[in-house]
Write a protein of this length. Structure first.
Lengths: 188, 107
């Protein structure tokens, strides 16, 4: 229980960093902390394979991709918007109210704690062999559709980032550096 | 002694709420995207907690919850690839990822 509280505090700290950090890189690192904490939660919930996948795919590959794009685009620090001043406190109020309402409802509806022996008998630690059996039987169609989706995603990502023929010599970033007034002319 | 599943679901709800706040308050599209990833993870945590709770009632199919989370992870990976590609493409044309300046797409 004490470990759960420590890891939950880490996850929430990372989450707060994601929402409040001024530097985008700090927000991304906060999300890495949250993802690693969630991976520890998966271990506590007897989902060992998912914990490994979470660390490798999410905290590894996906977050590296995010950091690459953050550094590639060089996202500048932005001051809070002057329009919609009410938006930020309202969002915090409503968001936290909703979260606390759901959490309070869940915590007031106590259910029997799973018996570790029964969990071990059914989940068997959630190892790769058992997950694979589920994926290739109950989820066979979904598994194939995910394969098609991943292929589509790869093709889409490549074709989105590919440049058109004519502006190959003069990418937008270089054009921006030559003409700093370009942003001012953009519609606000 | 194992931790009750309610605690995991409650943590998941708070993480989801934090992510929703981030989606609404953040101005850079990349940070909005980061918040969406956190919401996805909160949902996954809830599914895994429910999968374990299912064993209480003798559900022999409790592992299917973990299989579903695996599918969600794969879909999220595809979503990140396409989403970041769109962000890079938008940045090329507009030299900004500020969602307030990209608001002309609205109806």
């Amino acid at each position: 229980m004490i470990w759960f509280l420590i890891v939950a505090a880490l996850a929430l700290a990372g989450g707060v960093l994601v929402v409040t950090a001024r530097q985008p890189v700090h927000a991304a690192l906060g999300l890495v902390g949250t993802l690693l904490a969630v991976a520890v939660m998966y271990v506590m919930l007897d989902a060992h394979f998912l914990a490994a996948i979470q660390v490798i795919v999410y905290a590894g590959a996906v977050m590296v991709l995010f950091l690459f794009v953050i550094m590639l685009l060089n996202v500048e620090q932005q001051p809070p918007t002057t329009r919609w001043r009410w938006l930020r406190p309202t969002a915090w109020g409503l968001g936290l109210l909703g979260a606390v309402a759901v959490a309070g409802t869940v915590l007031s509806q106590r259910r029997p704690v799973p018996d570790q022996a029964a969990v071990d008998a059914v989940l068997q630690g959630g190892d790769a062999e058992r997950i694979g059996t589920v994926l290739f039987s109950e989820y066979l169609l979904a598994f194939h559709l995910v394969a098609v989706l991943l292929l589509t995603g790869v093709v889409a990502a490549v074709s989105l980032v590919q440049r058109d023929g004519e502006d190959r010599e003069r990418p937008a970033v270089a054009a921006f550096e030559e003409d700093p007034g370009m942003r001012a002319s953009e519609p606000a | 002694m194992s931790v009750p599943s309610e605690y995991f679901v409650a943590l998941s709800a708070v993480l989801f709420g934090l992510g929703a706040v981030g989606v609404v308050t953040r101005r850079s599209a990349i940070l909005v995207f980061l918040s969406i990833e956190m919401m996805l993870n909160a949902a996954n945590l809830a599914i895994v907690a429910f999968a374990r709770q299912w064993t209480v009632t003798g559900g022999v199919h409790a592992l299917e919850g973990q299989g579903a989370v695996f599918i969600v992870l794969a879909v999220a990976a595809a979503e990140v690839a396409v989403g970041l590609g769109i962000l890079v493409a938008i940045f090329r044309h507009r030299v900004t990822t500020d969602v307030d300046q990209l608001a002309e797409v609205r109806a």
